[in-house]
Design a protein around this ligand. Structure first.
Ligand code: HEC
Ligand code: HEC
Length: 237
């Protein structure tokens, strides 16, 4: 009797698990292309038409196009950056070849404030998936186990001392400090932004208080220390 019960409940659990698993894998693999257009909401259509070509169908980013991950990023941060591009606080420096791509797009969005709110809320709602290890991560990825541990330990120490207070202990971001999530982001992109802040390509206008603040922070780290910090961030998702 008892054994039968155990067997039956085992089968039930198995069914439940396979159900959950198929549901989960559908969510991970489903992309816009598989969903007939009539089932997409207006905001999904807008994302697909205006953003997906560079940032990916699920806002997972595209390393070869230098387009960062947007999925799961806070809407308030996305809104601020889109506004910065639109009012030319970001993306207009002569050396900002990647930022340029966003200026025209952001200007057009600024004239549709309602759509912009919905679009950023939609992007935040997409579950963020860690982007595949980028070339920057690979170039400073240690080859043996002991070195990985040491690098992670150093990175964690530097990160907690210099970045964690604003960006959160596991790089999850912090609304009170208006600091975005960094975990899960393409390492090449993060490195480029740090470099942009240091060189005054981003965060150099008087009107861009938060960018200027971050530029000051970026100037406190470089070289191997920065690589260790970025390695620590890359391991948080
Ligand atoms: C032509 C390609 C392209 C298209 C289309 C595009 N983007 Fe971008 N976007 C980029 C690139 C490249 C960057 C990185 C700029 C940099 O390195 O500073 C970027 C950066 C961003 C950022 C800044 C992210 C951050 O972490 O600071 C936001 C927000 C953004 N895009 C939103 C959008 C939205 C929303 C759309 C659609 C309305 C869109 N983008 C369409 C290429 C594109
Ligand atoms: C005083 C708070 C503070 C500290 C400390 C800080 N940041 Fe930031 N960081 C911010 C804010 C705020 C922003 C958003 C700036 C903006 O809106 O342009 C930001 C933006 C960034 C960005 C751009 C992200 C993107 O998606 O484009 C990177 C990369 C970054 N920080 C890395 C770091 C690292 C690495 C450290 C430690 C060395 C650090 N930050 C320390 C507040 C901070």
């Amino acid at each position: 009797m008892a054994q039968k019960y155990v067997q039956r409940s085992f089968i039930l659990w198995l069914m439940l698990f396979s159900l959950l698993f198929s549901f989960f894998s559908f969510h991970v693999s489903a992309s816009f292309d598989e969903v007939p257009a009539q089932f997409l909401s207006r905001v999904q259509v807008q994302y697909k038409q205006q953003c997906a070509v560079c940032h990916g169908d699920n806002a997972q980013g595209n390393i070869s196009l230098n387009a960062p991950v947007l999925a799961g990023q806070y809407a308030w941060y996305l809104q601020r950056q889109l506004n910065n591009f639109a009012v030319e606080l970001r993306g207009i420096h002569v050396d900002d070849s990647h930022g340029k791509a966003m200026v025209v797009i952001a200007k057009q969005l600024k004239s549709q404030p309602e759509e912009l709110l919905q679009l950023t809320a939609y992007i935040e709602s997409l579950s963020s998936v860690a982007i595949a290890s980028s070339s920057a991560t690979k170039s400073f990825l240690p080859t043996n186990e002991a070195n990985i541990k040491a690098k992670l330990k150093n990175g964690s120490r530097y990160y907690q001392a210099k970045c964690g207070a604003c960006h959160g202990g596991v790089a999850q971001g912090n609304k009170s400090f208006k600091a975005p999530e960094l975990a899960g982001q393409d390492t090449d992109y993060l490195k480029r932004q740090m470099n942009n802040f240091v060189k005054g390509i981003r965060g150099n206008s008087k009107k861009d208080k938060l960018g200027r603040q971050m530029a000051m922070m970026a100037k406190t780290t470089q070289g191997k220390e920065l690589d260790d910090i970025l390695f620590y961030i890359s391991q948080q998702k």
